[in-house]
Design a protein around this ligand. Sequence first.
Ligand SMILES: [Zn+2]
Length: 256
Amino acid sequence: MKLAHEFLQEKGYEFLEPEPASEDDLLRVHDGDYLWNLRKGLVEDGDTPAYDNIFEFARLSAGGALMASRIGGFSIMRPPGHHAGVFGAALGVATRGFCYLNNIAIAVKALGKQTLILDVDGHHGNGTQEVFQGDPKVTYVSVHRHPHYPGTGFRSEANCLNFPLPADVGEMRYLETLDKALGMIVAERFEVVAVSAGFDTYAGDLASLGLSDSSYMEIGKRIAGLGKPTFFVLEGGYMGEKVGRGIDQLLQGYEG
Ligand SMILES: [Zn+2]
């Protein structure tokens, strides 16, 4: 993220520093015992260690999502969030996939509006699905690689529309699938669009779908086409400067 941040600074983006999310913000999404254990450093799995002060970092990352939701911005904070469910690991998955608090869920719950969550990270957001499955205010749409971690999201369930794709399918099939997904929702129903913006779909990254810079611009254009107030929250993407390039392309597509 340091490399991505430097790249975005050179591009002239403006940066704001968030406040940590409040206890009330966290409790709208997560179980109280989970939060207590997280704060005490008692929750740990193979992907998601109990680093010193990780609860405070995660609270700040959730605060970034809250700030983005209020100003229509892009939170570039880490750790990511979409694998974190109500009690930690979500939908029976063994690990939390680098996620501690579900940043986008915390922001969406705080807004309390009719929301479309579009998850373009290469992994399925099992935590986000767990939080919102059956929620009449929220529709969750995810395009992700399958079979792959976390193994969920191979079919749609209720208000959670899942579009699994095989590894490295490439931009053309990815965009066809995204268009199909967005064609199934009625944008007018929603007051706000919340984007779980992951960049591990880049060719060669952890959940590669064979995408490149231009793909993110195309994704941004489609998000703009929904015509709703929108905010973005960073999820995955592990190739340094490329994450910065992806964010810039996505926002250029969206603003253009
Ligand atoms: Zn991911």
